[in-house]
Design a protein around this ligand. Sequence first.
Ligand code: NAD
Length: 287
Amino acid sequence: MTVMIDGKALADEIVQDVAQEVSSFKLKHKVVPGLAVVLVGEDPASSVYVRNKILRTEQAGLQSFAHYLPENTTQKQLDDLIDQLNEDDSVHGILVQLPLPKHLSESRVIDAISPAKDVDGFHPENVGKLVTGQQVLVPCTPLGCMIMLKRHVDELSGKHAVVIGRSNIVGKPIANLLLQSHCTVTIVHSRTHNIESICRSADILIAAVGQPHLVKEDWVKPGAVVIDVGINQITSDGKRKLVGDVDYHAVFSKVSAITPVPGGVGPMTIACLIQNTLTAAKHQFGA
Ligand code: NAD
């Protein structure tokens, strides 16, 4: 029987656990951990993500500081805000929602965030720590994928994991985390030859591409565990809906477990952001 991996239920569990820990943190340190979220411009998808992140932050009993900046914000204004948040003792985590408008440099912003407050785990110092196995703050989506995998795969060691996509925010960090769990890892991408046959050899298949229904039934090995990171908006029967990179219905009965879209990786990403904020606060208090 195939298991539908319920990211929403697991995310609720994580947020509840964090809320309990936040209560003891407050008692111990007389401080409420705080997350600053910065949104530049009015991209509709980004606005929804930011709203959900702030909602979850508050559900977990954390303090949230929302900074909505206009589309025409200059690099200097954004740099100044990051400096101010780095210095602010009530802010333990900083998240700048990406993508930024084209005239702003994402890498400059990522580099400017204090590594101790980098709850997205994108700062080069944190990337280096992840690659060398000393991580504290791990990118939220890859962390969420690993939590789901550990719940549904008894033994990751020795399994062949194939990651489709090599982005800095999803594909590469997931590959590193899988390596740390002793998987044999293959990364495939847009230039890979024979991608279907490589995917067919995967015990664990992670799709992080951004192409609706790229992964077909004949791309998966019977009994594989499939994690679908993709979020794609399509129009079907005149209605707009979200689908993943995997053809969920075609693949479902062939695999042992699979994440749905929506309701899989998405909610876990936000829950891991909340968890990372608590982790960052604990580290800033010497834990
Ligand atoms: P990206 O565009 O930065 O990277 C996509 C990767 O896919 C690239 O490495 C590219 O080489 C590869 N690729 C493109 N076409 C391919 C093909 N035909 N075959 C194989 N590989 C191909 O995207 P990203 O930021 O890594 O995001 C990937 C997807 O995950 C997107 O749909 C994004 O919306 C989604 N996403 C979801 C969450 C979440 O919380 N669920 C978080 C981040 C990203």
